[in-house]
Design a protein around this ligand. Structure first.
Ligand SMILES: NC(=O)C1=CN([C@@H]2O[C@H](COP(=O)(O)OP(=O)(O)OC[C@H]3O[C@@H](n4cnc5c(N)ncnc54)[C@H](O)[C@@H]3O)[C@@H](O)[C@H]2O)[C@@H](O)CC1
Ligand SMILES: [K+]
Length: 534
């Protein structure tokens, strides 16, 4: 499991009512059980436990384990590389305070603060080389490591590695990149790594390349249900990069929306406003000249390009607009494009869309009318692509592929209502994945529960409400998805987060405006949601 997916899952547990503090308690308890078992198998006489801690959740696991190990009769010494006030993880802080509150301390616990690198040399047991009587627990760094190792951390890792104690790393050997398994400078070389829920991708890679860099791998279940991985939640927001303080206009996403016709100016407008409110810096709309004025009047924030060759009887997008659209993309360094909202189903519009899709290699969202006009064979190999159909549109879009599955597909009426019957759901999901496996991109199937999937994985979004059947909420979703693609998310993550944000904005809109809220209200609430980053 990638470290980012683990962090997202940890946060999303909260949506199910499972607190992160509880997860840490489970992790620390499992850790102490494993340490006790390893100690029994390895040593003939009781050993002491030395826990080295940093400032994050990894240290928190160590603090919890200390409490449980004391109860098992072990003597525990905690060597803190961070002063208590600098502990960054709230849950680690809480667990440290429990230990600190044990005054007068009747248990065999010592807490030693290592204020600078020289303190490490002065640790009594390092000097006396009595580490052989110890198990060292490495709770310095876990999945939250960033950049070069700080001096004190590096020094401690050297001391730990030079000792002849048995070493156990918590979750990830400190110093190892949890995603790649690479060690830039130095990392703890443990006899065991005890990890939680699932092995982190880098630890797995390192273990396959060189087992001794990780030691024996123990995976502990800490009670995270599969739903916490599958349901999209607030945690998914951490996939977005923090905005750089020195970034300037356009650095955080430039998108182009190609859509609208003489009857539909609202669809591209709503998509554009939701795209801006979900973080894109610049939103361009390419639309027939006759439609452009209405969009311009609706919002001063959108950059609206009225396309000339739609004049006269051609109040819809057509092949004559291709060059102008390509110029907008190139000149403005467009990062992602949304094709389809309000375009209508004219055959000439279809020709334009198909050639456009073939020519461009930036991330694409196909929505609404584009799903009836674009040939899925053209997008087969594009992985940075999202299609956002409801079930009827899905059947139309994948029509060419469904021969083998036509009966199954016709039975797929209620997939998004999620029958309680898990086998039935799985059966339906596997039919969907068989069909959509013909494209490399992501399918966002809209419904009561949105289903986001590709040929291998799937997520479920539960936000939103019955008020969202109002026209335009799908345009808003497509705008958000395009905005997230322009901000660097891949199609799977962008599709998932877009459904969550759109539905959550709908829930806020319902609170504010009642059941009669409008799709154009959604953008009002997106900004607040985007701020809600853990
Ligand atoms: N509820 C949760 O969030 C859970 C977290 N878990 C534990 O928490 C860990 C993740 O916690 P965090 O995200 O706080 O990450 P870490 O525990 O890896 O700590 C990150 C902190 O270390 C410091 N740091 C980062 N890079 C550094 C460097 N190069 N040199 C020196 N110091 C550096 C920074 O202060 C940063 O805030 C997991 O690996 C796991 O052990 C588990 O308890 C399971 C539940
Ligand atoms: K560690």
């Amino acid at each position: 499991m990638d470290p980012i997916d683990m962090m997202v899952t940890d946060i999303n547990c909260e949506d199910l009512g499972l607190s992160r503090l509880c997860l840490m308690e489970n992790a620390g308890k499992c850790l102490s059980d494993e340490i006790a078992t390893i100690s029994t198998f390895t040593f003939s006489k009781p050993v002491k436990i030395a826990i080295f801690t940093g400032s994050g959740g990894n240290a928190g696991d160590g603090f919890v384990a200390a409490r449980h190990l004391l109860n098992r009769g072990f003597e525990v010494e905690i060597f803190m590389l961070t002063s208590p006030k600098d502990i960054k993880s709230i849950d680690a802080q809480i667990n440290f305070e429990i230990l600190e509150n044990m005054v007068p301390c009747i248990s065999r616990l010592k807490i030693i603060e290592l204020n600078d690198s020289s303190d490490i040399d002065n640790i009594e047991l390092v000097k006396s080389d009595s580490f052989s009587e110890y198990i060292i627990v490495d709770g310095i760094l876990g999945t939250g490591i960033k950049g070069d190792l700080r001096k004190k951390v590096k020094k401690s890792i050297e001391v730990i590695n030079n000792s002849n104690a048995l070493k156990i790393s918590i979750d990830v050997p400190s110093g190892m990149n949890p995603l790649t398994g690479k060690i830039n400078d130095i990392a703890v070389k443990p006899e065991y790594t005890i990890t939680f829920h699932k092995v982190k991708t880098g630890v797995k890679k390192a273990s396959l390349n060189n087992e001794s860099s990780v030691g024996g791998l123990v995976i502990c279940d800490i009670g995270i249900p599969i739903e916490a991985e599958i349901f999209v939640g607030n945690g998914d927001l951490i996939r977005l990069k923090n905005r750089d303080d020195v970034s300037h206009k356009g650095n955080n996403g430039r998108i182009l929306i190609v859509g609208g016709n003489k009857d539909y100016h609202g669809a591209p407008t709503i998509a554009g406003l939701s795209a801006m409110s979900s973080g894109a810096d610049l939103v361009y709309i390419a639309t027939p000249e006759s439609t452009s004025l209405a969009i311009k009047q609706k919002s001063p924030d959108l950059i609206v390009k009225g396309l000339n060759n739609c004049n006269g009887s051609k109040n819809y997008l057509n092949l004559d607009n291709l060059d102008e659209i390509m110029t907008i993309i190139d000149k403005n360094n467009i990062d992602a494009i949304l094709i389809g909202p309000g375009s209508g189903l004219n055959e000439e519009t279809g020709k334009l869309f198909n050639i456009l899709v073939k020519k461009i290699d930036i991330p694409i969202v196909l929505d609404a009318d584009a799903l009836k006009l674009v040939n899925p064979l053209l997008i087969k190999d594009k992985d940075n692509l999202i299609v956002t159909p409801h079930l009827k549109e899905l059947k139309i879009f994948f029509n060419d592929y469904v021969d083998d599955y036509i009966d199954d597909l016709n039975n797929l009426s209620n997939i998004s209502n999620f029958d309680k019957d898990f086998d039935k759901f799985n059966e339906k999901l596997s039919v969907l994945q068989s069909i959509t496996r013909n494209i490399n991109g992501t399918v966002v199937l809209k419904g009561k529960y949105d289903l986001i999937f590709n040929g291998i994985n799937f997520r479920v979004n539960r936000t939103g409400n019955s008020g969202m059947t109002v026209g335009g909420t799908g345009d808003s979703l497509a705008g958000i998805a395009t905005s997230l693609l322009s901000q660097g998310l891949n199609s799977y993550d962008a599709g998932a987060l877009a459904t969550y944000l759109n539905g959550k904005a709908g829930d806020f809109a319902k609170e504010q405006y009642g059941n009669g809220f409008l799709a154009s209200h959604l953008s009002e609430f997106l900004g607040i949601l985007m701020e809600n980053i853990y």
